[in-house]
Design a protein around this ligand. Structure first.
Ligand SMILES: Nc1nc2c(ncn2[C@@H]2O[C@H](COP(=O)(O)OP(=O)(O)O)[C@@H](O)[C@H]2O)c(=O)[nH]1
Ligand SMILES: [Mg+2]
Length: 331
């Protein structure tokens, strides 16, 4: 097992693409044991210079949209082009060794057997932020191990989508026709986050529906504010089951990458993502530390009660808390 004395050797093996070393490094990063955390922090710090070379893609969609089937077909296309592909599946709905992961394995049979592919589920740990932080770190490990494309898959449930969108270069929303899903996508703001919208299951009797849905999305996209000056999000269709449409999707992703790279925007986006992540974590940490102080916590609850009982206006409550903070911590 990985330990303090063989860390350098592990990093060398990881960078040479040894799958066992990558898998063990991932297990270490996922461990919450304090000793492991100290070691995984060292590991992550050491590999930072070797990260950033992969194309980072996020794929989101409701359960049943065909994400796993799509990743199988799309991943194999990349592999046939000589690329190394990693899939990190964040699924907040599945327990640690959940059924959906078994389901995924059966839908990704070719990919999971491919020498150039690496598939890793991220078990949810109750706390969603925790799962997506780990996904980000696993992505860095894959980059250090020389993977060319890292796909982060997430189920279409509010926060996990946003968090995945914040860690990838290109965010892909996989949709299906009908079922009122289109409206949901628009309402939930997924369309504002998506760089590509792919309507899956463009096969059999469904093709007409897909064409209608595609048109709807295209119209909706034109009235939405654009995320980047450099890129107008595209709507594509595919049949993951019949493995059709994959080359066009890969082309669109490359167009996206080229458009954003040409102006330096892609680099800027990544820098911004890293900074914003640290900002959010710092805010969370600051609040956590503040409420961990018994005197503040006590005063806070006392004030809450007074406001609840109409003894104090909310505005005065806030002023008092603010004065308390200044007086106790900021002088
Ligand atoms: N007709 C059709 N069925 C598909 C397609 N892609 C996936 N499916 C089916 O949709 C179901 C859900 O697929 P899955 O990949 O597990 O979806 P996920 O939950 O988003 O990962 C399975 O029964 C797939 O066989 C497709 O392109 N066409
Ligand atoms: Mg799946």
């Amino acid at each position: 097992m990985l330990n303090d004395s063989n860390l350098d050797d592990y990093i060398r093996r990881l960078r040479s693409g040894e799958r066992v070393a990558l898998a063990q490094a991932m297990t270490l990063v996922e461990s919450v044991h304090p000793n492991h955390q100290a070691l995984s922090t060292r590991l992550l710090d050491s590999i930072m210079p070797y990260t950033g070379n992969a194309l980072r893609l996020g794929v989101t969609g409701t359960p049943g949209a065909g994400k796993s089937t799509f990743l199988e077909a799309f991943g194999m296309l990349l592999i046939h082009q000589g690329l190394k592909v990693a899939v990190i599946a964040v699924d907040p709905s599945s327990p640690v060794s959940g059924g959906s992961i078994l389901g995924d394995k059966t839908r990704m049979t070719e990919l999971s057997r491919a020498e150039s592919a690496f598939i890793r589920p991220v078990p949810s740990s109750g706390h969603l932020g925790g799962a997506s932080q780990r996904a980000r770190e696993l992505m860095l490990l894959c980059e250090a191990a020389g993977y060319d494309v890292v796909l982060v898959e997430t189920v279409g449930v509010g926060q996990s989508e946003t968090e995945v969108a914040r860690m990838v270069d290109c965010f892909i929303s996989l949709q299906i026709a009908g079922g009122g899903d289109e409206l949901q996508g628009i309402k939930k703001g997924i369309m504002e986050m998506a760089d590509l919208i792919i309507i899956n299951k463009d096969d059999g009797d469904n093709r007409q529906n897909v064409a209608i849905t595609r048109h709807m999305y295209e119209s909706a996209l034109h009235i939405l504010r654009r995320k980047y000056d450099e890129w107008q999000p595209q709507v594509l269709t595919c049949s993951a089951l019949e493995k059709r449409g994959m080359a066009q999707i890969w082309q669109a992703i490359n167009d996206f990458r080229n458009a954003l790279s040409a102006t330096g925007r892609l680099r800027e986006v990544r820098q911004q993502q890293a900074i914003e992540w640290l900002q959010r974590q710092t805010e969370e940490e600051a609040l956590h530390q503040l409420f961990a102080r018994p005197d503040f916590d006590h005063y806070f609850h006392q004030t809450l009660q007074e406001v609840r009982d109409n003894q104090l206006s909310p505005r005065t409550g806030l002023r008092q808390l603010s004065e308390f903070l200044q007086h106790h911590y900021f002088i």
